[in-house]
Design a protein around this ligand. Structure first.
Ligand code: ADP
Ligand code: ADP
Length: 226
């Protein structure tokens, strides 16, 4: 995947400064966890990268491109985004939910691509015909990940994707996401409030507080330093 570089990124909502001049370089191919208390700016930071949020000041670059160049839908095709709570469409089958991701690329016969994407996230082929409420919570999150991968992005942004899951399922899915990262050569940024999860999965952990990054270390460094 590509590198991601933020320089002096600032964003306020009224009097609330959600991001306070964040500068940051994420190396191509790395898996970065973004941790911090609720309200510290994690989601806002993630959203500036795919232009769901426009910064008031500062620049965001992905690879060589400034993300302000070109239409945001073209940018988003190259970025996988797993939303908080995932949000599958309840009235659509698994295959149709994944096709929502695929449709952006204009592909017509999706059956083979859907099967490939299900296999990628270790779901059985017959899951394609099921409705979201016929899946377990963990399986639903896997569909969300498959949908995010439908456009073959090289950069993966994940906002608390495992939030609603029990610890065992959470652990399973975390490892699956890390394995996908390695296998597909992605650059991954994972927002989580769970430091243990960050330490387990990431190459680098960034801690946010009040719109700024207050710690930046590898899991090994954090384990040593406490
Ligand atoms: P986190 O993801 O760490 O919980 P957020 O990035 O969601 O933090 O929020 C950072 C701050 O910005 C919080 O104070 C939050 O209430 C505020 N905020 C975020 N989005 C909006 C919005 N759309 N409108 C107003 N305030 C917002
Ligand atoms: P544009 O500026 O290109 O019109 P918008 O910000 O209006 O884009 O978003 C268009 C639609 O795409 C919205 O419904 C939004 O929820 C959705 N969207 C935004 N970002 C993403 C994303 N990363 N993945 C999937 N859908 C997204």
């Amino acid at each position: 995947g590509p590198s991601v570089v933020l320089e002096g990124v600032t964003k306020s909502y009224g009097a609330t400064r959600a991001l306070d001049g964040v500068s940051l370089e994420i190396a191509a191919g790395s898996f970065v966890a973004l941790v911090g208390q609720s309200g510290s700016g994690k989601s806002t930071l993630l959203k500036t990268i795919n232009r769901l949020v426009e910064p008031d000041a500062g620049t965001v670059r992905i690879g060589d491109a400034d993300v302000r160049g070109g239409p945001s839908h073209a940018l988003r095709r190259r970025i996988g985004y797993v939303f908080q709570g995932i949000g599958l469409f309840p009235h659509m089958s698994v295959a149709e939910n994944i096709a929502v991701g695929l449709r952006i690329t204009g592909e017509r016969d999706n059956t083979a691509r859907v099967a490939d994407l299900l296999a990628l996230v270790d779901l059985p082929g017959d899951a394609a015909a099921r409705m979201p409420d016929q899946l377990s919570g963990g399986q639903r999150q896997r569909v969300g990940v498959a949908r995010a991968l439908a456009t073959q992005p090289r950069l993966m942004l994940m906002d608390e994707p495992f939030g609603a899951l029990d610890p065992v399922t959470r652990d399973d899915l975390g490892r699956a996401v890390r394995a996908l990262h390695d296998r597909l050569g992605l650059t991954t940024i994972l927002v989580t409030h769970d430091m243990a999860e960050a330490l387990l999965l990431a190459d680098r952990v960034l801690v946010m507080k009040a719109g700024g990054i207050v710690a930046d270390a590898t899991p090994a460094e954090l384990a040593r330093g406490g």
